[in-house]
Design a protein around this ligand. Structure first.
Ligand SMILES: Cc1ncc(COP(=O)(O)O)c(C=O)c1O
Length: 386
């Protein structure tokens, strides 16, 4: 069967490939340690699960949900934004509930990008920005995230012809995979750039709650004038260990949000209201759990950094998110080193090249694994002859 041309533009999704590799090795009986995927290992906290159990029994939730998310959910998001970021959000026009943030991130490209338009995407990046562009027939223009720029894009080097034909710019802080965290000055620059060139600016703030050493991640909506041009995406997957539940939201510029709603209304029929009820509970009462998880990731980050130092690896000290971005040793590229580790030790890591051209020469490991397995992974890697 022939597939649509747009699918020809989309390479296999990185994590599907990783999952296939894991299954292959597990089938051979290998005790695989998976440091490849950022999927929280600690279950969703009980207070959220209990809320879901109550909500799922409510027959009123068994019918189609409201397309944009229930008003109660959108009001909870607005209250959360006020408390967490001191930003006022109008629940009526400036919020939409998502079936996980990945869905909304992909759909905003479909809402704003025509064939042949450019999109400005970070490199390295969470691959969905580029893949969604490819599916719309747009052209992703990579903005390198360089160490010397604190892993923040330099918009001054983007050619004028590209800027003129760009519809959307994506950034992601706290950053996957580099661990960089943006400050308000950086956000202001990007918002001003978007305003000047009429380019919708999106920040993927999926890791907003995971920052280290006393740092607190701001929202792009804290920047002056941001609501005129910016949208921010959030995920319950990372903040509240709810990856399987598929819940997120987008907030910000009402025009962009309304176009995203229009796109979604024609494709999906909203999030199961019982899941939204559980999400409200998470937003209202999840601060202690987030604080607990921040301590867990800080401890694991410190274990991993200690082990990496012992083994002589170069890496960035992550300021946020829950990954380590590690340089591969001389003589390897990201794929050959990833394969070596998997074949010789059964440890799965993510090859940096999967995050873009500028990710070549790196691997990413995830801290979503318990301390003992994390240590065991390093014990195995220590036995490698590199
Ligand atoms: C930067 C970033 N954004 C979005 C997502 C998707 O999260 P969700 O589970 O809400 O779709 C991920 C998941 O790994 C991510 O790393």
């Amino acid at each position: 069967m022939k597939q649509a041309k747009r699918l020809d533009n989309a390479p296999p999704y990185l994590f599907v490939e990783i999952e296939e590799n894991i299954n292959k090795y597990m089938a051979k009986g290998v005790d695989v340690i998976n440091l490849g995927i950022g999927d929280p290992d600690i279950p969703t906290p009980d207070f959220i699960v209990q809320k879901m159990i109550e909500a799922v029994k409510e027959s009123k939730y068994h019918q189609y949900p409201e397309y944009d998310g229930s008003m109660e959910f959108r009001e909870a998001v607005a209250r959360y934004y006020k408390r967490r970021f001191q930003v006022n959000i109008d629940p009526e026009t400036e919020v939409v509930a998502l079936l996980g943030s990945k869905e909304g991130i992909a759909h905003i490209f479909f809402a704003l990008v025509n064939e042949g338009d450019f999109t400005l995407v970070p490199d390295p990046e969470y691959p969905v920005y580029e893949l969604a562009t490819a599916l719309t027939g747009g052209v992703p223009y990579p903005m390198p995230l360089l160490k010397e720029n604190n892993y923040f894009p330099d918009t001054s080097i983007i050619p004028r012809e590209v800027i003129k034909r760009s519809k959307i710019l994506f950034i992601n802080y706290p950053n996957n995979p580099t661990g960089a965290v943006a400050d308000l000055t950086q956000y202001q620059k990007i918002v001003d750039f978007g305003m000047e060139h009429d380019i919708v600016v999106c920040n993927d703030n999926a890791y907003s709650e995971f920052t280290y050493d006393g740092l607190k991640a701001p929202s792009i909506l804290n920047a002056k004038g941001a609501k005129d041009i910016a949208v921010e995406f959030h995920s319950f997957s990372k903040s509240f260990n709810m990856t399987g539940w598929r819940l997120g939201f987008a907030v910000g510029n009402r025009d962009a949000i309304s176009k995203l709603k229009k796109m979604k209304n024609n494709i999906d029929s909203g999030v199961f209201t019982a899941i939204q009820e559980a999400g409200i509970e998470a937003l209202n009462n999840g601060d202690n759990f987030v604080e607990y998880m921040r301590k867990v990731y800080t401890r694991r980050r410190d274990i991993a950094m200690e082990e990496l130092k012992k083994l002589g690896f170069q890496f960035e000290i992550p300021k946020g998110a829950f990954y380590l971005w590690i340089k591969v040793p001389k003589g390897y590229n990201s794929k050959s080193f990833t394969n070596l580790i998997l074949e010789e030790t059964g440890v799965v890591v993510a090859p940096g090249r999967g995050y873009g051209e500028w990710g070549e020469g790196y691997i990413r490991i995830s801290l979503t694994i318990d301390d003992n397995r994390l240590k065991e992974a390093f014990d195995r890697i220590a036995k490698l002859n590199i």
